[in-house]
Write a protein that binds this ligand. Structure first.
Ligand code: AMP
Ligand code: ZN
Length: 442
């Protein structure tokens, strides 16, 4: 099914778009599955912006949950001290992947007071109840629309059965914790119900509405968040305000390894640093994400990453020789825009980019258009377009030596030197004005 992202529904909401994207839980480094979702959300934001919308983006940082508390306890650290390096690395990863910063990165621990007030409202409306131990739950039987987003089978609803843990399974269609009572020596905050800490879902309702209002345009995340996280957010938010919470939920599919979801809990994950240690440019990973549609699963392999890196390398080296941007190729720009506006059709958009590269248009026109395309692609092509490569003294020496051998007719030696130069990553074109040095393109 084709979903047109930009036309119709967004025009209705005016020129501003509120976008909330569920952010990282900082108990470990982000893995490249998480990063795939963050790249998809970045593309979504940039597509909206290219269409003339001003996007206000909010991305929460979950800096308190069961896993963070456990990790901090094991290391003998406070939770913020424990989370800090993971949070720092998260922002570094975003920068490496050329992901535009959100306007606000609210942290759960800085919104505890707001969450308590929100829960009090839910109690007043009869949607939440307190258990004997001081934990509070959302009563899903009191919210008739529960299951609307995911179509979860209502016969499975086990109201009165409760889930306290931040971990969940798809079969847990139950009341969920809004506030968890804790012992005096555990991490917690004072509340009207005694010492405790918030459940996971409440933070996203509270912080999204705090910064984007009670109804906003788009809520995004990975597909694993559909149920129960986003379903529970709807129940809390619409239960409290009686107004629509979000106009559109957009969830991206998973990154897989060996056919299985990449996840920290199963240990089958790679971090961006692991890719870099193997010599990959983070933007090669971004390119890899772009060539799969966000609603398709993407099976990660080192071969596919290598192919993405080669493609990106070829692109960069090809555009080095292009003239300064001028005029542009309107037809290609139009096709590109149609592709991205058709449910973020990035694989088609990338195919159009390559058609442009291979076309016979003057390079100045292609240059202007490719920079337009890169506003979405985010591959930093401006750093390569028309920019000459830096050649080390050693390579220059070999090139000169080869030129001398060639001129003196010693073609055996000049061929040998050509091979040596190639091993260093450069190719030589013999032109009437002398040797022209290019980076090897695979
Ligand atoms: P977390 O840090 O686990 O809260 O997840 C942050 C974001 O990454 C959420 O939007 C998740 O839905 C998403 N996510 C988690 N695992 C994957 C995966 N394997 N592929 C794509 N997105 C994922
Ligand atoms: Zn969330």
């Amino acid at each position: 099914m084709i979903v047109l992202i930009v036309p119709a529904w967004l025009w209705r909401s005016g020129s501003k778009v509120g976008l909330y994207t569920c952010g990282p839980t900082t108990y470990d480094f982000a893995h490249i599955g998480n990063l795939r979702t963050f790249v998809f959300e970045d593309v979504l934001q940039k597509v909206l912006e290219v269409n003339g919308f001003t996007v206000k983006r909010v991305m929460n940082i979950t800096d308190i949950d069961d896993k963070i508390i456990k990790g901090a306890r094991e290391k003998g650290l406070g939770i913020s001290e424990f989370s800090a390096p993971f949070e720092k690395a998260f922002f570094q990863d975003l920068e490496k992947l050329n992901i535009k910063s959100a306007n606000v990165y609210p942290k759960a621990t800085e919104h505890i007071g707001h969450m308590i007030k929100y829960i009090e409202e839910l109690i007043k409306k009869g949607l939440a109840y307190v258990e004997k131990d001081g934990s509070l739950y959302f009563d899903i039987s009191k919210f008739p629309d529960y299951g609307r987003l995911t179509g979860v089978d209502k016969r499975q609803l086990k109201s009165g059965t409760r889930v306290l843990s931040d971990e969940y399974s798809k079969d847990n269609v139950s009341d969920f914790a809004l506030w968890k009572a804790v012992e005096a020596n555990e991490v917690g905050y004072d509340s009207p119900w005694g010492r405790g800490r918030p459940g996971w879902h409440i933070e996203c309702s509270v912080m999204s509405q705090e910064y984007l209002g009670q109804t906003f345009d788009i809520h995004a995340g990975g597909v694993d968040l559909l149920f129960p996280h986003h379903e529970n957010e709807i129940a809390q938010s619409e239960g409290k305000t009686t107004h629509k919470f979000v106009n559109f939920f957009v969830e991206g599919e998973h990154l897989l390894v060996d056919g299985q979801k990449m996840a920290k809990s199963t240990g089958n994950f790679y971090k961006l640093n692991d890719l870099q240690e193997k010599g990959f440019d983070p933007l090669s990973f971004r390119y890899l994400c772009l060539i799969a549609h966000y609603r398709d699963k993407l099976n990660f392999t080192w071969e596919s990453l290598s192919a993405a890196q080669n493609a990106l390398h070829n692109l960069r080296e090809t555009i080095r020789g292009w003239d300064s941007p001028n005029i542009g190729c309107a037809g290609f720009e139009q096709d590109f825009k149609e592709a991205i506006n058709n449910d973020l059709g990035m694989p088609q958009a990338i195919a159009i980019l390559w058609e442009l590269v291979k076309s016979d248009y003057p390079t100045s026109a292609k240059a202007k258009t490719i920079l337009e395309m890169d506003k979405i692609l985010g591959l930093k092509l401006d750093e390569y377009l028309g920019k000459q490569i830096e050649i080390s003294e050693n390579v220059m020496k070999l090139v000169n030596e080869r030129e001398n051998s060639r001129k003196s007719g010693d073609f055996r030696k000049s061929d040998k030197l050509r091979r040596e130069i190639k091993k260093l990553g450069f190719e030589i074109d013999d032109t009437p004005s002398g040797p022209k040095i290019k980076v090897v393109v695979n």
